[in-house]
Design a protein around this ligand. Structure first.
Ligand code: FAD
Length: 363
């Protein structure tokens, strides 16, 4: 009889990746290049690939993104996206800003200030070992004047298309959408996924920090997987004319209902006047829609983006539930053996940075 190790060596390595967010797509490309004999399966409950960066169609048929997005300034990740994936990036204009009651701070300046604050805190607390980490921390932005955030010309769908187009050329990557995983079982250095279609066994399972785990069993022991659920809710709003002020991305610090706004009209070549407003989940569930839309109208007027001559209508509500795995569940997964690997991805460019640190080429 063939011994199990030899049997394993005689077949291709089976790899599963949960999710089809950009980080999962990029990891699949790296694995496909470094282990061409592996069979890689990406599984997602969603019906379209892209994770939080999925896209939709505007009323006139243009492809538009569904959330207010901004990419952190991470030069290594930017370079990779331009040079390897062939997606040119442009400075976001006007610069993204934090908007407080009385002040407006450019995103880049706030990031620089945060860096110096973290640096001084470490200096004062005499935790010398942490200084070494600064060099590798993509958050560290040691500049007096921060660098500009960059973005693809027609929005994040460009990045998803670039990744999917490469994936479509790989014969060893399969994407399975509309797939609900009812249980994850880690046993004898393998990961077993239970889905409606049946049970599938993998040598390695990649999870992200936002993978939703229904049931987790590690070596026959049921582990209560805990998450913090956050619903990212965005109203797609249409105005009858362009906003009175040019803006890209505003992060509102004090508003009780709206936490960010993006003017995405550029994604339709300015043929439509479309704005995305991020609605705080507590406010969304505590108020009726009419109240929320009236709040949006008033806020836009207050900030001089519109005036009383404008009409504004809500076209769509996008709700993207995100399940942040808690520290104890992450710890259990990290200790569960070689069958499980984690992708650190709660900020997109940081996620790319951590992937790039270990991998060199998508082949
Ligand atoms: C609306 C929104 C706006 C955001 N804006 C920004 C931003 O501007 N900048 C930034 O850096 N980050 C932003 N984020 C954070 C975002 O989570 C990360 O940037 C990045 O998308 C994380 O990548 P990911 O691949 O880990 O997960 P996601 O992109 O969140 O994708 C996870 C995918 O996994 C699937 N999935 C999860 N669990 C399972 C399961 N058990 N079985 C099958 N499929 C599963 C989900 O359906 C989803 O498609 C935003 C997030 C949201 C939701």
């Amino acid at each position: 009889m063939e011994d199990p190790e030899t049997k394993k060596n005689n077949r291709n390595t089976r790899i599963a990746i949960i999710g089809t967010g950009p980080a999962s797509l990029l990891k699949a490309l790296f694995l496909s290049a470094s282990a061409p004999d592996s069979e890689i399966t990406l599984l997602d409950t969603a019906s379209v690939a892209g994770g939080a960066w999925y896209s939709d169609q505007s009323p006139a048929g243009y492809e538009i993104e569904c959330g207010c997005h901004i990419w952190s300034y991470v030069p290594k990740a930017y370079r990779f996206i331009e040079k390897e994936l062939g997606v040119p990036l442009y400075a976001v204009k006007p610069a993204p800003v934090f908007v407080g009651k009385k002040i407006r701070v450019p995103y880049s300046a706030k990031n620089s200030t945060d860096t110096y604050r973290a640096f001084c805190k470490t200096l004062l607390s005499l935790r010398w070992k942490r200084f070494g980490n600064f060099r590798h921390d993509p958050n560290m932005n040691f500049r007096i004047i921060g660098k500009r955030n960059r973005y693809p010309k027609s929005g994040s769908p460009e990045l998803i298309h670039a990744l999917l187009s490469r994936i479509s050329k790989r014969t060893n990557i399969t994407i399975k959408l509309n797939t609900v995983i009812s249980a994850i079982r880690i046993q004898d250095n393998t990961a077993i996924l239970e889905t409606e279609a049946g049970t599938a066994v993998f040598d390695t399972l990649y999870l992200t920090y936002v993978s939703h785990i229904g049931k987790l069993i590690i070596n026959d022991q049921v582990i209560p997987a805990k998450h913090r659920r956050v619903d990212y809710i965005h109203f797609l709003l249409r105005t009858d004319k362009p906003l009175l002020k040019k803006m890209s991305y505003w992060r509102l610090i004090n508003d009780p209902v709206i936490h960010r706004i993006t003017d995405i009209s550029y994604q339709t070549g300015f043929h439509e006047n479309l704005v995305l407003a991020g609605i705080k989940d507590k406010a969304y569930y505590a108020n009726d829609e009419e109240t929320l839309i009236t709040h949006c109208r008033n806020l836009f007027e207050k900030y001089g983006l519109t005036d009383q001559t404008f009409s504004m209508e809500k076209l769509k509500t996008h709700i993207f539930p995100t399940y942040y795995l808690d520290e104890t569940t992450l710890d259990c997964l990290k200790k569960s053996g070689p069958a499980v690997a984690l992708l650190q991805t709660t900020d997109l460019m940081h996620g790319f940075y951590f992937l790039l640190r270990n991998e060199k080429s998508t082949g």
